[in-house]
Design a protein around this ligand. Structure first.
Ligand code: NDP
Length: 312
């Protein structure tokens, strides 16, 4: 049976956003997974009650996301206006005049005539060959506003912007992003950046929400793992899995987690987190796992202008 819908919160531009999204990022998609599994996952997710799907031009799966959505609409499960679709501008389209055409390409692949949310994927800019460029994201932000004014994106925002970059964007443009999407999980709790965004009325989407609680290819996993006694005790107390406890931890903090799964059972499990609550003390206990260790750590870019993360 369907677990039910995720609640919505209101963005600073007045639109509503469901507080849990299906992730479709390729980073953790296993080699054995096919793009068609993304289509299938999107369809299953909508069937299960998800109303928010997160994709990006760079994921190479917008077409499959669009097919999953079309299938759900054609079968009468949802209407377009009941869905919230997020996609992202890649680093090589940061010139002001490149933003609207890049979004039109994403919309063509998605088979949609607007997205609900368009994000600048990273604050750094690259040339088409991946070498560093130095386009000021204030310029990119102008292009994002043009996309919004054309009705191609209802809301606009950013991803992977740090405190300094958010402050400068808001102060210089006078236009607050609706959302900043960045990594938050038990080993990367991000209190300063979360507080900064929340004080400005900028909603936070939490990517890689499971952190190292789930296994990650090619990385040494810092604790807590899925067998951590504190997390297991909470899971037993509430009759949930450790992964569900981690998602609920993010929701209690007012964040919008984006769990990725292409597995039908885990897709269902990940939205079944709206029938229990963690106490403030339990949230604080999980936050003490923080180690400032990132799942997504693109150190290849550390010498690029506007690199947002610590450089060590
Ligand atoms: P997640 O934290 O969502 O972890 C995904 C992994 O967890 C997959 O291996 C998945 O496997 C597994 N998993 C999912 N649910 C469960 C469960 N209930 N129990 C056990 N294992 C589970 O990591 P991601 O890095 O994929 O981040 C999520 C999304 O965030 C991305 O898909 C993307 O949309 C977005 N993102 C955005 C970034 C940005 O720069 N803006 C960067 C990184 C991610 P399986 O599929 O087999 O269930």
């Amino acid at each position: 049976a369907m677990a039910g819908l995720a609640p919505c919160i209101q963005l600073n531009d007045g639109y509503n956003i469901p507080i849990l999204a299906l992730g479709t990022g390729r980073g953790t998609i296993k080699e054995s997974e096919t793009l068609d599994q993304v289509r299938q996952a999107v369809f299953w997710a909508i069937e299960e009650g998800y109303r928010h799907i997160d994709t990006a031009a760079i994921y190479g799966d917008e077409e499959q996301v669009g097919l999953g959505i079309a299938e759900a609409i054609n079968k009468g499960i949802v209407t377009r206006d009941q869905l919230f679709v997020t996609t992202k501008l890649w680093n090589d389209k940061h010139a002001r005049q490149d933003v609207v055409p890049a979004l039109r390409e994403s919309l063509r692949r998605l088979g949609l005539d607007y997205v609900d949310l368009y994000l600048i994927h990273f604050p750094i800019s690259e040339k088409a060959d991946g070498s560093p460029d130095n386009i000021d994201h204030l310029e990119t932000w102008q292009g994002m506003q043009e996309a919004r004014d054309l009705g191609l994106a209802r809301s606009i925002g950013v991803s992977n912007f740090n405190i300094t970059q958010i402050s400068r964007l808001v102060e210089s443009s006078g236009v607050r992003p609706a959302v900043n999407q960045f990594e938050v999980n038990p080993t990367m709790t991000q209190e300063p950046l979360v507080t900064h965004c929340q004080n400005l009325g900028i909603a936070v989407m939490a990517y890689s929400p499971f952190g190292f609680v789930v296994s990650r290819k090619g990385s040494q996993a810092p604790p807590p793992g899925v067998d951590d006694p504190t997390l297991v005790a909470l899971a037993n107390k509430y009759g949930k899995t450790v992964e569900q406890i981690v998602l609920r931890y993010l929701i209690e903090r007012g964040l919008i987690p984006i769990p990725k799964s292409t597995n039908k059972g885990r897709i269902a499990q990940n939205i079944d987190v709206f029938d229990f609550q963690l106490s403030d003390n339990e949230v604080a206990t999980i936050s003490r796992f923080n180690k400032n260790i990132r799942v997504v750590n693109p150190t290849d870019w550390k010498d690029y202008p506007n690199y947002p993360f610590e450089r060590d």
